[in-house]
Design a protein around this ligand. Sequence first.
Ligand code: MG
Length: 202
Amino acid sequence: MKIICIGRNYADHAAEMKAELPTAPVFFMKPETAILKDKVLYHPSFSQELHYECEIVVKMDKIGKHIAPEFATNYYSQISLGIDFTARDLQSRCKEKGLPWEIAKAFDNSAVVSEHWLPAHEFPLETVNFSFYQNGVLKQQACGKDMLFSIDQILGYVSRFVTLKPGDLIFTGTPSGVGPVAIGDILRGTLARQDMFEITVK
Ligand code: MG
């Protein structure tokens, strides 16, 4: 199982990162060991600037190579919500040197995925809303329709390069409002007004 993450998929987040809008989806991967298996995240000691990025997550049902975007909906049936934890300080240093981002993105427990999945046909990404709260304060809120590249375009693009397999997860990108977490924080996400996760940072 692998995790594909899309970067810069919301214009407002690209702007807050002072990044150019991409002309094709930008993606990177996290390994299976990145999945947080608990409701507690122990703040990693290697970062002084650990950021949350709340994102809609799509689970692959079928093997797919060269997926045609018009048939991409046949390849997934469930959506969920997660956090793409990012060591922003390490990422900034990687970016400055033109180095890959793995140490900032792929570390253990860097991927929160709710255990709660919603049927994609009832909650199409074009209309589904999500919200993210840090200690009860709304920090991120968006609709799937705000994505620069739709999930169907993403699956078409990614599967040109990487074969997608059942169980693979696609993190579809984060809207604006990302920020640092601190020990003691409670991080909560809702998708279509349903509670999806609550994580404590220790
Ligand atoms: Mg992200």
